[in-house]
Design a protein around this ligand. Structure first.
Ligand code: MD3
Ligand code: FE
Length: 217
C-alpha cells in the first residue's frame, strides 16, 4: 500500500467496488455531506460520550463506542444486546441525525435496497492500535435489512471473511468518506478491522470514526 493510496482525495479511489454478491464500497460517497455528518457525530457524542465497553469474556474493547437512534448496541459481562436506554446516562440514546438517515437510505438504494428503514446507529472510534476481531453481527432482529457503514478520518484495513470463522478473509482498505453497504447473502459474513496505523487525518487527527446504520428492531 503506497502513501498516495491513503491520501483521501485521490479521484482514482472514487467509484463503486464490489466486494461480495450483495456488498459494495461506494468510494467517497459521504464526502459531499461530511460537514453535516461530523456535526451529527459531535451532537451525539456530546449527549452520549464514547466509552470502552466490556465483552462477555471479560475483555475491554480497544474501540470506543456510542449509539444514536431508537436502539443502541451494548456489551457487558451479561452479553451483547440492543437497548433503548444508554446504560451510562440512564436516558434514551440521542436521536439519529437526519444526515445519517438520509445518507444511509441513499447508499442503500444505490446498492439495491430501496426500502431501508433504519432505527439504530452504532458509532465506533478507533485510535492507533485499536482493532476489531473477526465477528458476525447477529443481534439485529431482521437479517434481510442491510447495514450501511460510513468511514471518517484515518484509513483502516477491513477484513471481510466468509460464513465460517475459519474462511479466508479478504482485505479491503477503507478511507475517509467511504460508504459500504452489506446485505442479503453477505449479511452474516465474519468481518473485522486490523489494528490501526497512526496516519493522522488532516481533519480528524489520529482517530477513525466508523458508524453503522442498521435496522435492529
Ligand atoms: C459485514 N464495524 O460495528 S463496518 C461493527 O469499521 C463493525 O468499525 C467495523 O464491524 C468498523 O460491527 C466494520 C462494516 C460492517 C458492519 C457490519 C457488517 C461490515 C459488515 C455485517 C455483515 C457483514
Ligand atoms: Fe460488525
Amino acid at each position: 500500500m503506497t502513501l498516495d493510496l491513503f491520501g483521501g482525495d485521490d479521484p482514482a479511489q472514487h467509484g463503486r467496488v464490489t466486494i461480495g454478491p450483495q456488498s459494495v464500497v461506494l468510494r467517497g460517497f459521504a464526502l459531499p455531506t461530511v460537514d453535516a455528518l461530523l456535526a451529527g457525530v459531535d451532537d451525539v457524542t456530546a449527549q452520549a460520550p464514547f466509552r470502552h465497553m466490556e465483552t462477555p469474556g471479560g475483555y475491554t474493547m480497544s474501540v470506543a463506542l456510542t449509539n444514536c437512534g431508537d436502539l443502541g448496541w451494548t456489551t457487558d459481562a451479561r452479553g451483547y444486546r440492543y437497548s433503548r436506554i444508554d446504560p451510562v446516562s440512564g436516558q434514551p440514546w440521542p436521536a439519529m441525525p437526519q444526515a445519517f438517515t438520509q445518507l444511509a437510505q441513499d447508499a442503500a438504494r444505490e446498492a439495491g435496497f430501496p426500502d431501508f428503514a433504519p432505527d439504530a446507529c452504532l458509532v465506533n472510534r478507533y485510535e492507533p492500535g485499536s482493532r476489531l476481531s473477526l465477528h458476525q453481527d447477529r443481534n439485529e432482529r431482521d437479517f434481510n435489512a442491510p447495514i450501511v457503514s460510513v468511514s471518517l478520518g484515518m484509513p483502516a484495513m477491513f477484513l471481510f471473511g466468509g460464513d465460517d470463522r475459519a474462511d479466508r478473509a479478504a482485505r479491503v482498505p477503507l478511507f475517509h468518506g467511504d460508504v459500504v453497504v452489506w446485505g442479503g447473502v453477505d449479511r452474516l459474513r465474519f468481518h473485522g478491522v486490523m489494528p490501526l496505523k497512526d496516519l493522522p487525518h488532516p481533519r480528524l487527527g489520529s482517530q477513525r470514526i466508523n458508524f453503522t446504520i442498521r435496522k435492529a428492531g
